[in-house]
Design a protein around this ligand. Structure first.
Ligand code: 5RP
Length: 223
């Protein structure tokens, strides 16, 4: 029986195999945030001579990439990102996701939106029939915390301020529990439309293009 850590290592390796044929001297790849993305970064470092560099979804990932000798570009310097590799907190069979457990959801959504392909790398514990058991993170401008909390209560959720945490963008995170998300793209649009919300951690209007799912039986590819 493989542990969750071993499943993450296997999917990070599968992501590397997925990306290696895409690497070329002019290629910049998109890198996400979290423990699974970290394992991918560590594996990618051995191939740093094959590509130009990376754009990253967090200061943490940028620091890790830089420490391993992979050049990190400002996204404004880059006009093409062939692939974005990142984990998720939950994913369903339609490749809709909840992300932002690490608080990097906004930059993750920005880098993913630039990339030609979002490849989500997860262990099997993240695959769910319906999103919402994992509390939905929402990045909020600090002065709007109370009002956004009241608004999300109308969707049936209870918002809790993530204590002692400030995002890379100087904002705060509300973690919303108690949601059963039957229509993820619709809810994503509704929450993102609340004044003061930077973005919510639903990735459904644009979900993953591919998911690499690490199971006890091996890594499966979902489209
Ligand atoms: C960070 C994220 C991560 O992708 C998500 O939290 C999964 O993390 P991990 O790979 O550590 O389980 O969205 O904001």
């Amino acid at each position: 029986m493989l542990t969750q850590e071993e499943l993450k290592q296997k999917v990070a390796r599968a992501a590397l195999d997925y990306v290696l044929p895409l690497l070329a001297p002019d290629v910049v790849i998109g890198i996400g945030t979290g423990s699974t993305a970290n394992l991918f970064i560590d594996g990618l470092a051995a191939h740093k001579h094959l590509f130009k560099g990376a754009v990253s979804s967090s200061e943490r990932s940028s620091a890790r990439l830089t420490a391993l000798g992979i050049h990190v570009f400002d996204l404004n310097q880059i006009d093409r990102v062939p692939v974005y590799i990142d984990g998720a907190d939950e994913i369903d069979a339609g490749l809709n996701m909840i992300k932002g457990g690490g608080g990097a959801l906004t930059r993750e959504k920005i880098v993913a939106s630039v990339a030609d392909r979002f490849v989500c790398i997860v262990d099997e514990s993240k695959l769910v029939p319906c999103l919402g058991k994992f509390p939905l993170p929402i990045e909020v401008i600090p002065m709007a915390i109370a009002e956004v909390s009241r608004r999300v209560a109308r969707f049936g959720g209870t918002a809790a301020l993530r204590q002692g945490f400030t995002t890379d963008n100087g904002c705060q995170i509300l973690d919303v529990s108690g949601l059963r998300i039957e229509s993820p793209a619709e809810l994503e649009a509704q929450i993102n439309n609340i004044a003061g919300v930077v973005t919510c951690g639903l990735f459904a209007i644009a979900g993953a293009d591919v998911a690499l799912l690490s199971t006890q039986q091996g890594v499966q590819t979902l489209y």
